[in-house]
Design a protein around this ligand. Structure first.
Ligand code: HEC
Length: 143
């Protein structure tokens, strides 16, 4: 029978490792966001980036997405807005998105059923990049 102390230490380990994982995920997303999105959407996502005033269509305030959606974060729509499968006028065409191939998952976009190992690896990397942004945007939702 394992002692209570051992169980407590194991539980603490799980909390620490999953907590650190979530933190790392958020930190990556935040970094990506500040590099690739903040010029328009603002450093804190409120839609007031330095070039925001240059566009006829104002960049969305991204901290209010849950509020505008009955309190539920629209995870899939946000994912698709970045992946280019949900058309966003301000992001360029899905053929030539603002961020080039960086967030473009060719396998998903072209519906390639049997990707090569290389295509599969690229697709996984892109999916990870997009997900880290989605998690970050979810983490900055305001009431
Ligand atoms: C050149 C300016 C620009 C950049 C850079 C930009 N966006 Fe946008 N974004 C816009 C505009 C403009 C809209 C609003 C379009 C509309 O209202 O139809 C928008 C809308 C969105 C939406 C849609 C919100 C909704 O209602 O579903 C999301 C999500 C989003 N952007 C995420 C991002 C992310 C993440 C990045 C960085 C990878 C980014 N944007 C970079 C201009 C930009």
């Amino acid at each position: 029978m394992p002692s209570f102390k051992k169980i407590a230490i194991a539980a603490l380990g799980v909390v620490l490792t999953t907590g650190a994982g979530a933190l790392a995920q958020d930190a990556i997303g935040k970094d990506e966001f500040q590099q690739r999105c903040a010029a328009c959407h603002g450093m804190d996502g409120r839609g007031d980036g330095v070039v925001a005033g240059l566009f006829a269509l104002p960049p969305k305030n991204l901290v209010g997405l849950s509020k505008a959606n009955d309190g539920v974060f629209p995870r899939e729509r946000v994912y698709n807005s970045i992946a280019g499968t949900h058309k966003i006028a301000g992001h360029g065409s899905s053929e030539m998105p603002l961020w080039g191939r960086y967030f473009t998952d060719e396998v998903r976009r072209k519906g390639i059923a049997d990707p090569t190992p290389m295509q599969k690896a690229e697709s996984d990397i892109v999916r990870g990049r997009i997900l880290s942004l989605v998690y970050y945007i979810e983490s900055i939702q305001a009431e």
